[in-house]
Design a protein around this ligand. Structure first.
Ligand code: TPP
Ligand code: SF4
Ligand code: MG
Length: 287
């Protein structure tokens, strides 16, 4: 019998090069612990990311990993899952990666219920490119690109993902790695598209005080909270003063790979008596 894997065995040889105090450290440590708790087989696990400080995560994990193109982690992750449904796919990116350049992809991965976990390390800024405003930069905040203060109203990721019909929507905080670990384990076990917003301070471009500011704003959802009530989930998401941590919304529905399996693959196999007859299959697509 194989020995249980320890968290350290999910670490790659690369050492993180984030600024001291970066929120992404808390998330990475929680990810190793979650991988240990889940006992994921590294040969059957894909950790992929876009581009950004947060997207370095894929390089720090021992599994099949891919540090991709800015904003394109979801198409990559969806492709892996669709072609290898047996694989556990964990996609990671930043608020710029996911909600600026990559924003067009989220709604589709969510509505199709592609069975992957998508984590956004939300620091309300473009960290890697040295401090430009992102879609989650608060109103009035001065950044490299908002000299007179940010004038655009801020995205609310949790509300957006519930509206997109993601089947699992959660929020957590890099100041509490144990909470991240719990949410990650739930998300990976969830059969469907699981979205996690991690409040993850950029101490360099948003300031050292971000942990305190967030600590004063967060609250934990009650153990008896029922995440299946969409209206209540929206009410919680709409509260932008107090940020609720936990699984805010959850609904079990068929995943895209199950639907494709039932409606396309099994029918094609039946039609060909189990032997793929390519000419017959192609005939179906002739005009
Ligand atoms: C197509 C493309 N456009 C722009 C960039 C430049 N770029 C790299 S990372 C980044 C934003 C990073 O912000 P975020 O996704 O929030 O990640 P963070 O660094 O804050 O973790 C940008 C604009 C790029 N690499 N590729
Ligand atoms: S710039 Fe910000 S997000 Fe990037 S490593 Fe430094 S603290 Fe972290
Ligand atoms: Mg960012």
């Amino acid at each position: 019998m194989n020995e249980a894997k320890k968290a350290a065995e999910y670490r790659s040889e690369l050492k993180p090069i984030w600024c001291p105090g970066c929120g992404d450290f808390g998330f990475l440590n929680a990810l190793y612990k979650a991988l240990e708790e889940l006992q994921l087989d590294t040969a059957n696990t894909v950790v992929c990311s876009g581009i950004g400080c947060s997207s370095r995560i894929s390089g720090y994990v021992k599994a099949y990993t891919f540090n991709g193109i800015h904003g394109r982690v979801l198409p990559f992750a969806s492709g892996v899952k669709m072609s290898r449904p047996e694989t556990t796919v964990i996609a990671v990116g930043g608020d710029g990666d996911g909600f600026s350049i990559g924003a067009g992809h989220i709604g589709h991965a969510a509505r199709k219920n592609i069975n992957i976990t998508y984590i956004v390390l939300d620091n309300n800024i473009y960290g890697l490119t040295k401090g430009q405003a992102s879609p989650t930069t608060p109103l009035g905040v001065r950044t490299k690109t908002t000299y007179y203060g940010n004038m655009g109203t801020t995205f609310n990721p949790v509300r957006m993902l519930i509206a997109y019909k993601a089947s699992f929507v959660a929020r957590t905080f890099s100041g509490d790695p144990k909470h991240i670990q719990k949410i990650l384990v739930d998300a990976v076990r969830h059969p469907g598209f699981a979205f996690i917003e991690v409040l993850s301070p950029c101490v360099t471009f948003r300031g050292q005080d971000q942990y305190k500011i967030l600590r004063d704003r967060v609250r934990y959802l009650d153990e008896n909270y029922n995440p299946e009530n969409e209206v209540e989930a929206f009410d919680i998401a709409n509260d932008e003063n107090t940020l609720a941590l936990g699984v805010i919304y959850k609904k079990i529905r068929p995943t895209y790979d199950e639907i494709i399996q039932q409606n396309v693959i099994s029918k094609a196999k039946a039609a060909s008596n189990g032997i793929a007859k390519i000419d017959k299959l192609l005939e179906q697509f002739q005009p």
